[in-house]
Design a protein around this ligand. Structure first.
Ligand code: F6R
Length: 617
């Protein structure tokens, strides 16, 4: 039924089957419950669709080849309701197989539309809202409307969130798509054009792209792209150049995208720091778009995000409060608007999202804007919805993150959070210029520190190998190390499917210590020794769990030997300030989870039940 997924469309001179399947392969991280393709071939729709990963579809097509065609659409699905079986897979067609349609999102009024269709004695094959839309689109085309007109009529009858992409068996000249609250970008080629949920779908063919606004219908032909608003008026999409290429979307010799992305982190962090200072040494953020006065008026910051991005937000709280003295709340985006948060024009809402499409975060942003708050997005995906609906944006420059588990996305979010905190400090005058300079210099040294941690990956891998039979792992941290502990636990849960919990070390004795039993691995993120109080309290926590039989694995700053007597294993971290420590401390935890999951035989890039961009609430 309702889904969030990857969508591809193509019209040109090449074999559409190859372009569509290749595009789906690059979008498979968005969902991989089922996949399907439809081609326009000499007056008919030729299609196939299969439950399971794309490989199942590819095998089916290899066994029963589709006819040659140069126009096609494809879909890879992540089911929200409705079993991921062959029938529910996309594309869907009308009863006469005149059109084929793929869909990402939820059509909320589909039940009522379905009743109308069934009243006309049309039997629907699947349980999906998509088939209802296909049926309605076909009915419009059968009245003689061209596919673009039919799509415009259709979208005005639909409620909810959707990207739709369709072809007409009798019109091999075009592919037509529509978007409302769901992602879609256009790829501009030479004698060919593309549609995709994101640019990865067509990056092999073109780096010229066009973003669309909400509530628009786009028609691509071999020679052009035309955009219309849902009310029928004509519109223009914004064209942009994609600044990464195919090699960034390949594994580069690694077994997993995730492992490649972990190793890309020094570069990703360096890229995210590039160009942030004027020749005079002042911080400058490209798309800040909020005036200094607006920022000076900010008296409260609320950070909203989900999952790993939420943990980046937790680190941001420590940095922003420390450097600016402005109070910061961090809230799960999915909880935010339902508690009727107190917001006004002097609240700065910061939305952190790698994909820029997370529905929970998007809805929270929309709520904040209705309350007149300014919204700043921290995002990795140019052209995505969240930055477009925000007042300002800090783009991270991680490059495409394909592995479902966020790694370089997280590190570059941290960088963006530090930059934001320092920028606020500069504008509000809560830190002197030379203090800001000093932190910038420390940040600029981080890529080398991260590379140092990566250089000892083999030691972490050996440790992971010893844990393949582990059923449960705890992670402890304090201060900025606490979100790192949470992130370490999340990585292990989502990749290795084993029980893992992150705790603030001080909370342990208030309950969780009861979980500790002989041999339980406990990973401890130890604060830098310069923070004696924090570090010493952490040492006590480590002693407490060790005394109860835990096996302690301690991430400790180079040169700090106070922990050694209580650590079964020591992992050395470069010496960095406490606020920046998450940038190095999380890396061994990423490597640990990646390796452990690999050794357990799991698919690291596409963990079960997950999808990369969660475009449903
Ligand atoms: C975990 C992970 C997720 C995302 C979360 C938010 O490895 O990747 O927890 O962090 O779904 O996604 P974005 O940042 O795209 O909004």
């Amino acid at each position: 039924m309702a889904v969030m997924c990857g969508i591809v469309g193509y019209v040109g001179e090449k074999r559409a089957q190859d372009v569509v399947i290749e595009g789906l392969r690059r979008l498979e991280y968005r969902g991989y419950d089922s996949a399907g393709i439809a081609l326009v071939a000499t007056g008919t729709i030729a299609s196939d669709k299969r439950a399971g990963k794309l490989a199942n579809l590819e095998k089916a097509i290899a066994d029963r080849p589709l006819p040659p065609a140069t126009v096609g659409i494809g879909h890879t699905r992540w089911a929200t309701h409705g079993a991921p079986n062959d029938v529910n897979a996309h594309p869907h067609s009308g009863a006469q197989r005149r059109v084929a349609l793929v869909h990402n999102g939820i059509i909320e009024n589909f039940a009522e539309l379905r009743v109308g269709i069934e009243a006309d004695d049309v039997a629907l094959l699947s349980e999906t809202d998509t088939e209802v839309a296909a049926q309605l689109l076909e009915a419009e085309v059968l009245t003689g409307a061209d596919l673009t007109t039919a799509m415009l009529r259709l979208v005005n009858r639909l409620e909810g969130a959707f990207t739709l992409v369709a072809v007409d068996a009798l019109d091999p000249s075009r592919v037509v798509a529509a978007r409302r609250n769901s992602p879609l970008v256009v790829g501009i080629g030479d004698g060919e054009n593309f549609l995709g949920s994101d640019v990865a779908a067509f990056i092999e063919h073109t780096r010229e792209a066009m973003e669309l606004s909400q509530d628009q219908v786009v028609t691509i032909t071999r020679s052009g792209v035309s955009v219309r608003n849902f009310d029928g008026s004509s519109a223009e999409g914004r064209r942009y150049h994609v600044d990464w290429d195919l090699s960034a979307a390949e594994k580069d010799g690694h077994d997993w995208f995730m492992r490649k992305e972990i190793h890309e982190q020094p570069r990703a962090v360096a890229d995210s720091l590039l160009g942030r200072r004027t020749p005079e040494g002042r911080l400058h953020l490209d798309e800040m778009r909020l005036s200094d006065q607006e920022l000076r008026d900010v008296d409260k910051v609320i950070i909203i995000a989900c999952g790993t991005s939420f943990y980046a937000g937790m680190v941001a709280k420590y940095a922003i409060e420390h450097w600016t003295r402005v109070p910061v709340e961090v809230e799960l985006a999915s909880e935010f608007r339902y508690r009727d948060p107190i917001l006004d024009y002097s609240t700065l809402v910061v939305a952190i999202s790698q994909s820029g499409e997370t529905a929970d975060t998007l809805q929270a942003i929309r709520h904040a804007r209705t309350q007149r708050s300014k919204v700043l997005a921290i995002c990795n995906t140019n052209g995505s919805t969240i930055p477009r609906e925000s007042d300002a944006v800090i783009y991270t420059h991680a490059g495409p993150e394909i592995g479902v588990a966020s790694t370089k996305g997280f590190l570059t979010q941290l960088v963006a959070c530090y930059l934001l905190a320092l920028y606020l400090a500069q504008v509000k005058g809560t830190r002197y210029g030379d203090e800001i300079d000093e932190v910038m210099r420390q940040l600029e040294a981080m890529p080398d520190h991260i590379a140092t941690v990566l250089a000892s990956a083999d030691a972490i891998y050996a440790m992971a190998a010893e844990h393949v039979d582990t059923r449960s792992v705890l992670f402890l941290g304090r201060h900025a190390g606490y979100p790192v502990a949470l992130e370490g636990a999340l990585k292990l849960k989502e990749l290795a499917y084993i029980h893992a919990e992150g705790f603030a070390a001080g909370e342990l004795k208030h309950g969780p210590i009861a979980l500790v039993e002989s041999g339980l691995p406990v990973l401890c993120v130890v604060p830098p020794a310069g923070r004696d109080q924090l570090r010493d309290k952490m040492v006590s926590g480590i002693q407490e769990v060790r005394a109860r039989g835990a096996r302690t694995i301690c991430l400790v700053e180079d040169g700090d030997d106070a922990i050694t007597p209580y650590a079964d294993t020591v992992i050395r971290l470069p010496k960095v300030p406490v606020l920046l420590q998450p940038l190095v401390a999380v890396v061994p935890l990423q490597l640990f989870a990646c390796e452990l999951a690999t050794r357990m035989g799991h698919d690291v890039d596409q963990p079960r039940n997950l999808a990369k961009s969660v475009t449903v609430e």
